[in-house]
Design a protein around this ligand. Structure first.
Ligand code: PMT
Length: 407
């Protein structure tokens, strides 16, 4: 933050015709109290000169592979200085580099070194924007918590009409600072320990078959990432998922509900907050077998799967909760979402339930989620948002509850 408390924004400008709009984005950021420093790809300088940005920021502009000789390692200095990195406009090429960790110039090296929130504002021809490779790269960036500002549609510089326009500079600046507000918490969980359960459990039937569910782990991993960003020590007890765990989390991989319970109980002993986002199977096969059940010889065993009840991880933690500990559960419902969440809140001894409608393909596997936060003081509906933003909203309430209990 600047001495006056304003945000420090690194504006990365890449080489497309929309680069000229970056001047207006910079002015809009400054009008909102931000201090801005600029990095440009060499191709961006073909569209707008570095002198313009230097005049408007009063600071050296990083260009190409080697920046200002007065700054020995400019990309690291910029990454450490920035409270937010805004890549606007972001070409398809730079989006691909960011998605795959390519760092072949100062701009992409600074982006890779940034630990602050990052937002990219793609701008390109409509066919480039809609290309599978571009969309896959943008999806990969979102999965890593990068905010991707949807391109506007309309008349494009290439004469075509469609998606790919950089949004108006005022809108870009506002979205960037809104992200910073949303993501930047004064490390309010520093010194705290947060336990997160995530992903599905897998309950074996035989050597190759199992009972599981559609949880991808994205919600729990977003909570773990948000808690880390806010300074917490995080233990992530995770069922099998296809996600990279957030850097810095202590990850405990589990498969069954029984294993998840053991890992969660062990971590909860020293946790301030437990957030149980995992989709834990209520039931498991009564008699799993080590071999593969064969059609024909084992038809009876395959046709009638006897199930027995699993332990309830959340309820176990809710019952064991000590004064000062905060327990958050999720309610995955298709009907009477809030009423069912209220019932589970009481039944499981949680302080907060995140009620989400999982009907018609919602929530499971998605990058966004729409939830109602249910507690003893009532139900608070939230709009659909990125799971990372919902994670921060959940942790806001948990942090407040911690603060209340430590008074
Ligand atoms: O993983 P994603 O693809 O991102 O999807 C996110 C999600 C939909 C899985 C997540 O938002 C969510 O709703 N998680 C809870 C899923 C679930 O098991 O809900 P439930 O209503 O069946 O269980 C209620 C609560 O009790 C949950 O906190 C659950 O973790 C817990 N529980 C349930 C059964 C059990 N045996 N042990 C438990 O701890």
């Amino acid at each position: 933050m600047t001495p006056s408390g304003g945000p420090q924004v690194a504006l990365a400008v890449t080489g497309c015709i929309a680069a000229y709009k970056a001047v207006e984005v910079l002015r809009a950021l400054q009008r909102r109290g931000a201090e801005v420093r600029v990095a440009m790809t060499r191709s961006a300088t073909e569209f707008v000169g570095p002198a313009t940005f230097r005049a408007l920021t009063g600071a050296p502009v990083m260009v190409g592979e080697f920046g200002d000789p007065l700054e020995p390692i400019p990309h690291i200095a910029l990454a450490e200085w920035a409270d937010l990195l805004l890549v606007a406009p972001c070409t398809a090429n730079v989006a691909a580099k960011l998605a795959h960790g390519i760092a072949d110039d100062l701009l992409t090296s600074a982006a890779l070194a940034c630990t602050c929130p990052v937002m990219v504002a793609p701008a390109m021809n409509v066919h480039m924007y809609e290309a599978a490779a571009t969309q896959a790269n943008l999806a990969l960036l979102r999965q890593r918590g990068v905010a991707v500002l949807e391109a506007d549609s309309g008349y494009l510089a290439c004469g075509e009409v469609g998606a790919g326009r950089l949004p108006e500079p005022e809108a870009v600046a506002e979205a960037a600072l809104a992200l910073l507000r949303e993501r930047t918490h004064a490390r309010d969980l520093a010194g705290r320990s947060v336990l997160v359960t995530a992903g599905p459990t897998v309950e074996p039937i035989d050597a190759v078959r199992f009972v599981s569910n559609r949880s991808s782990g994205k919600m729990g991993y977003a909570v773990a990432e948000a808690a880390l960003a806010r300074g917490a020590e995080v233990t992530l007890v995770s069922g099998p998922v296809a996600l990279e765990p957030p850097r810095g989390a202590r990850v405990v991989p589990v498969a069954t509900a029984v294993e998840m319970l053991a890992a969660a109980e062990a971590a909860f002993a020293t946790a301030d907050v437990a957030v149980c986002a995992a989709a834990v199977a209520d039931l498991r096969p009564a008699r799993p077998v080590a071999r593969k059940l064969k059609k024909g010889a084992d038809d009876a065993a395959l046709a009638t799967l006897e199930l027995v009840e699993n332990p309830d991880v959340l309820a176990t933690l809710g019952r064991a909760k000590a004064p000062g500990q905060v327990v958050v559960g999720f309610a995955a419902e298709t009907d009477d979402v809030v009423a069912n969440a209220e019932r589970k809140l009481a039944a499981k001894g949680a302080d907060l339930m995140v009620a989400n409608d999982v009907s018609e393909g919602r929530a499971f596997g998605r990058d966004e989620n729409e939830a109602t936060l249910v507690s003893a003081t009532g139900a608070e509906p939230l709009p659909s948002m990125a799971k990372r933003a919902l994670a921060d909203a959940i942790l806001d309430r948990a942090a407040a509850a911690l603060g209340a209990s430590s008074c």
